[in-house]
Design a protein around this ligand. Sequence first.
Ligand SMILES: [Zn+2]
Length: 439
Amino acid sequence: MLDPKVETRPWPEQHAIDDAAYRTQLDYLFDRSAFYRAKLTEAGLASAEVAGGLTEIGSLPLTDKCELRASCTPDNPIGAHLCCTPREIVRIYSTSGTTGTPSYVPLTASDLENWVTASARSYAASGITAGQRIVTTYNAGPFVAGAALAAFDRIGLCHIPLGTGNTERLMLAIDRLRPEAAVLTPSYAAYCIEWAAERGFDLRGSSVERVLVAGEPGGGEPAFRAKLEAGWGATVTEAMGIGDIGVSLWGECEEQDGMHLGARGFVHAELIDPETGVAVGMDDGAAGELVLRHLQHRAAPLLRFRTRDHVHVRTSHCRCGRTSPRVRCIGRTDDMLIVRGVNVFPSAVREVVSAFVPKVSGNILVRPRAPGVKQEPPLPVNVELARDATADATLAEAIRDRLRNVLVIQTHIDLVPWGSLRRSGYKSGLVEHALEGDG
Ligand SMILES: [Zn+2]
């Protein structure tokens, strides 16, 4: 454990510390943030005292990414939530947005320090230790994931950065430099297994003992994880962050039962119902959209920021000794579809279909017919066959039945030949609306 004093602190003690930090941060926002001064005043909260402490946080308004974007001007391209002077900013990251225009994430020296500390705790939870070698495959330079790279230095690892898109060079480095760990997105980790199988590279027998996945949900789905662990002959754990709040805020420990909040003390986590926005208790077994707020941020702190990550929470005792809550990300609420009143995450569809490996490859594509979230059944799903497998009606029927039993949705299954679903080197999309694909 990187920081045992902090990481094993009893949670009620952490909560008391966080509550004090939160009140100070609210004062700071009223003092410096034009965005939050206006937003809170409009919500009838005229001062930090009125807003109260963490127990009352559920009554404060939520912050959406598009509100921040809308507050950008030519004079202030960062947004009205910027709280510090230009001279205090030591780094500005970009996050890619769906609109193509990046948002900027500024950090002061102490913000950056806290990001690296949190990220180092999260990655160290996987069991990697000082002196070991780690290959990374993130083209993270301009993006917030770049800060995670500093976390590997902090842990004391020998870092071998390789970037994305050259699997041959990655495998060569694994073969020659014999790293103990590799960091990849889950979809790239899956792609590497196929790549190695095609070329007779013994990935399973390689030096890599730990595969750390991050960058997209999926690394925690049991069947998908089992496939990664078998293909790499390694333990798989995951990490997760959100650009606007911090990099690798969460990191899974060796018990493999969800990601601990490595950013404890810097970030406060809560849950909401994604449809109503109503707060949901962070109790063991609870599920909802993750909402995060900074506790001691300086450059552009955020209050109740909607991450759009749908998570399951565990607060039961973890044998590793870390006392922070754990989460498992089920998917992005943006990817969620509602089929006749039933919430469906494409990653859950993939998880169910994975049970049919080796008849299928495990790759799927959900192809909703209508734009938007609400869909009429049956929901079309392309399921990729295993190499050399041929489509048969019984298999399609069995997959359809299983999806109906497990997820309670009607689907239309199209079995497609091996290799016909797009593999991305970085993140894989599991949903393609009919119009996007055909237009
Ligand atoms: Zn643990």
